[in-house]
Design a protein around this ligand. Sequence first.
Ligand SMILES: Cc1cc2nc3c(=O)[nH]c(=O)nc-3n(C[C@H](O)[C@H](O)[C@H](O)COP(=O)(O)OP(=O)(O)OC[C@H]3O[C@@H](n4cnc5c(N)ncnc54)[C@H](O)[C@@H]3O)c2cc1C
Length: 536
Amino acid sequence: MKPSTLRIGRRYRPNRLADHYDVIVIGSGMGGLTHAALLSELGQRVCVLEQHYTAGGYTHSYERNGYEWDVGVHYIGDVGAPTRTRKMFDFLSEGKLQWAPMDEEYDRFFIGDKVFNARAGKQEFRDNLVGQFPEEAQAIDEYLQLLRQVGDGLAAFSTGRMLAPWQRTLAGPLLKWKTPSLMFRNTHEVLSELTSNPDLIATLCGQWGDMGLPPKQSAFMVHAMIARHYLYGGFYPVGGSWRIAESIIPKIQASGGEVFTYARVEEIVVEHGRVTGVQMADDHLIACDRVTSSAGVANTFGHLLSDEVTRSYGYDKKLDSVEPSFGHLGVYIGLKGTAEELGLPKTNFWIYPSNDYDADVERFVANGDAEFPVVYISFPSAKDPDYENRHPGTATIEIVAPAPYEWFESWADKTWGKRGEDYERFKAELGERLMGHLYHRLPQLEGKVDYYEVSTPVSTNWFSGYQRGELYGLAHTSERLQQDWLRPQTPIKGLWLTGQDILTCGVTGAMMAGLMTTTAMMGVRRMTPVMKKIFG
Ligand SMILES: Cc1cc2nc3c(=O)[nH]c(=O)nc-3n(C[C@H](O)[C@H](O)[C@H](O)COP(=O)(O)OP(=O)(O)OC[C@H]3O[C@@H](n4cnc5c(N)ncnc54)[C@H](O)[C@@H]3O)c2cc1C
């Protein structure tokens, strides 16, 4: 078997560090890499420190037994035309990242015994939905109007997060006026005012797994953001999700920066209210003026800062006001035969036991033997036109389903791969249940599966550093979105935040958080030429 080319970034060794870095970024996910690349564009020398063996955070891929899987990128929206999202990706990757469109019907929702589809294109989405719910044309049109309203409000929301305290005092009332209050209401409440058809509500919320909260718990802002994001269809990075980080790293290196792997930060060192550097797991101290943490706020304030610092800035109480998102199971499947031979679609499957998503989640959390409230199936090798070149004659499938961290907590301290027979048995049971869903939908795959393995929330903790195996960092409740402290700048001098926790989850959410943090840190005046270069 060929050696893996998927491990990207440079292995950390103290003697490989430069004498001085302007900024240290903790975590090489999309938020950290975007921020580092933009800083590098401004001539800053940046050191990105990643605890995992490869760079990319949730955008990394891995290989086993001749197969390759992505872990946190199944589809990206808004990249089929020169949108702001596409322009950002083009800029960061110097145009090297290419995107393959999925099928017109990019999401398929199996809701009880009914099937609905999301179709690419705003008009096509609308007409298709009206075709499925002919009496609901008015509600569907009103829904699309609401998405537009939230789109306008999102700009005000993110601008507010970038401003310094004195600017917020001045601009606060205007930004509040531009941020419609419906953004912070729960999704189900907002949709129930448009329609009483539970199947339509369920279809509109069929992507709830993309942010990890069912409609009665999630903020409409995030629902709308995701719906808008995929309105023109889903796209997959050609060559696999690991190509995202691989194509951005040269931009970070251009100003003398580097992305180090196996580089676990143990502590952010703060002296007299100012960050002075980071202490590594090998005890090495790297001094710097500024540190940006892209490792999630639970890690940053719960582990990377001393208790004394966390308490003195009130972050212990602030952390109590937010919750981690759900944990998940992943099934990574390898098959003999190409995606075409096996009849695999470029469509995501979302399988729901009923149209009452919240009740299904509640039942499952109370009793793990209840049906999975959602089973998501993705066909990465079908979506990637280059997969066949890298792994001829084979195909891959991934299944994702929710699973509370608590079920696995007792194995959290054990080493990956050595958690014992009881853990393996439990995983195998869950894996079989999920494979049953796959065979039910695609019976032609019986006997074609060559290999599969199951990951749990403790695997997520091991590889990605999320303490509770969180799928998407903080849970996307309305309360979380109204936390003013979830912003790039902290009151600790020299400490900045970026990544999915300060805006929203998603590769694009984390990328835009990277842009926000860089703008807040470097100032609009310095960023303007860069913005012009990116967005024209
Ligand atoms: C199963 C799954 C499917 C998903 N599917 C999609 C999808 O289809 N489309 C989409 O847009 N989004 C998807 N997402 C969400 C998306 O991947 C994330 O929201 C986004 O990538 C988060 O980026 P980030 O930079 O904020 O964090 P991360 O990518 O999580 O990066 C944080 C990094 O910090 C590192 N770190 C933590 N602690 C330390 C430390 N002490 N020292 C050094 N490094 C540290 C971690 O190892 C990690 O690499 C999915 C996520 C999951 C889990």
